[in-house]
Design a protein around this ligand. Structure first.
Ligand code: PLP
Length: 284
């Protein structure tokens, strides 16, 4: 049975879900998106995702076809229609169809698309083994704090990582790690401090990052929000990444350096457990 997809006001079978070839999301990458995870059929930290959506829309002077506050009702309807208990809901707003012109159309008709993806987020076998990452130059644009659909540099980096036998890339700018291709990056120093890059236009302000840092501080960890180098990461006790669809994912190898014993570290394990407990308890 095919999925039901939401396209600008209609719930349709995925085969019938269509967007104009003139849509500016297609022609210019002129759009923003969010991914919220779903546990037990409920949305995790969705309010924070929609707050970030509002900010992304504002930064691009992009309208939304429905008030953002009405989006949860559509997400929930989509979850129900697809019988989704665990996975993600993807949503994307683009500036809509208009004759091709670099200038914004005078009378834009933004489009809103949503679909669900079934995934085992909690019993994810990769979390048991951890992932390898490679460092690659960060060739993205200067406003990575906006969650735009312009993901080609990230896609290229991830593809290169896979070609080199790793699962993901940590992107490096001016000698310092910015973030993963679709996640925020962390190291744990030998004396147990958690280090992750400070917020700026250079990284996406991860919703999972915010929640995990709060849980870490509450559990007594020292958190340092600052840039770190690949060399510092090579010598770290452990490393991990966070995102809405992977929660806390251990990193066991960076370039050709194996961290610790090459198995997921205790801090990543503990934060993953704390995050899952919080996500389950607070999902709505
Ligand atoms: N950084 C980048 C570049 C991302 O694409 C993502 C998620 O897609 C993240 C970080 C993690 O953000 P979140 O925790 O809100 O999923």
């Amino acid at each position: 049975m095919s999925r039901t997809v939401y396209v600008s006001g209609d719930f349709v079978p995925e085969e019938e879900a269509k967007i104009s070839v003139f849509d500016r999301g297609f022609l210019f990458g002129d759009g923003v998106y969010e991914v919220s995870s779903v546990l037990d059929g409920k949305l995790v930290d969705n309010r924070a995702h929609l707050e970030r959506l509002k900010r992304s829309l504002g930064e691009l002077q992009l309208g939304c076809p429905v008030p953002v506050d009405e989006i949860p009702a559509i997400q929930k309807e989509l979850i129900a229609r697809n019988g989704l208990t665990e996975g993600t809901v993807y949503l994307q707003v683009t500036r809509g169809a208009a004759d091709r012109d670099f200038n914004f159309p005078p009378d834009p008709k933004p489009s809103l698309v949503m679909f669900t993806q079934q995934k085992n987020l909690i019993d994810n076998p990769v979390a048991q083994t951890g992932i390898a990452v490679v460092t690659l130059p960060d060739i993205r644009w200067g406003r990575r704090d906006i969650k735009t659909v312009m993901l080609l540099p990230s896609s290229l980096a991830k593809q290169e990582a896979v070609t080199r036998g790793a699962a993901d890339a940590w992107m490096v700018q001016d000698g310092h790690v910015t973030e993963g291709t679709s996640n925020n990056a962390y190291i744990v120093t030998l004396d147990g401090r958690i280090v992750t890059r400070h917020l700026s236009n250079e990284i996406l302000h991860g919703i999972t990052r915010k929640a995990v840092l709060k849980l870490a501080a509450r559990d007594g960890y020292t958190v340092e929000q600052r840039a770190f180098t690949p060399e510092e990461a090579y010598d770290a006790a452990e490393a991990f990444v966070t995102s809405a669809s992977t929660f806390v994912m251990p990193v066991v190898k960076i370039d050709d350096r194996i961290l610790g014993n090459g198995v997921p570290g205790p801090v990543a394990g503990k934060l993953r457990q704390l995050y899952i407990e919080m996500a389950r308890a607070e999902a709505e």
